[in-house]
Design a protein around this ligand. Structure first.
Ligand code: DUT
Ligand code: MG
Length: 149
């Protein structure tokens, strides 16, 4: 279990801090911190505040924002950036780019859970410039080079 600092940006979030819904949950649901319902027309997207900020601090971690399965599959509410990446040094409010990829308008209610946050380990890399790589089995083959079946 990792300890992370969290800051309340909107007071309405004070009693609704993100929490794992079950002991085995990987994601924490993020709420739409809205004053009034927000209707996303078909294929419209809008940046939605969550009312909270986190500071991961350790560059060995990041957080990713993912769609909720039900909203995405049943209503087409996914993310305008497909996946949100939260840097370990980001201290601003968590924002969700809510995109209605469906052909029907969808209304997000204030405080509705619209996306989920997953904290993940990250390895920062140091690059060593070389002229050639030692040959691997794959070499430069990709994009289906191993066949279909
Ligand atoms: O869905 C998202 C994606 C990003 N962010 C915040 C946290 C992240 O650390 C910061 C920058 O995100 P990113 O690096 O993906 O965006 P950028 O377009 O490269 O902006 P920047 O130039 O600020 O890095 O924006 C969010 O709140 N929600
Ligand atoms: Mg960036």
């Amino acid at each position: 279990m990792l300890d992370i600092d969290i800051k309340i940006i909107d007071l309405r979030m004070a009693d609704q801090l993100p929490a794992y819904a079950t002991p085995g949950s990987a994601g924490l649901d993020l709420r739409a911190c809205l004053a009034e319902p927000l209707t996303l027309q078909a294929n419209a997207w809008q940046l939605v505040p969550t009312g909270i900020a986190i500071y991961l601090k350790d560059p060995g971690y990041a957080a990713i924002i993912l769609p909720r399965s039900g909203l995405g599959h049943k209503h087409g509410i996914v993310l305008g950036n497909l996946v949100g990446l939260i840097d370990s040094d980001y201290q601003g409010q968590l924002m969700v780019s809510a995109w209605n990829r469906s052909d029907t308008a969808f209304t997000i209610a204030p405080m509705e859970r619209i996306a989920q946050l997953v904290v993940v380990p990250v390895m920062q890399a140091r690059f060593h410039l070389v002229k050639a790589f030692p040959l691997s089995e794959r070499g430069e083959g990709g994009y289906g080079s191993t066949g279909k079946a």
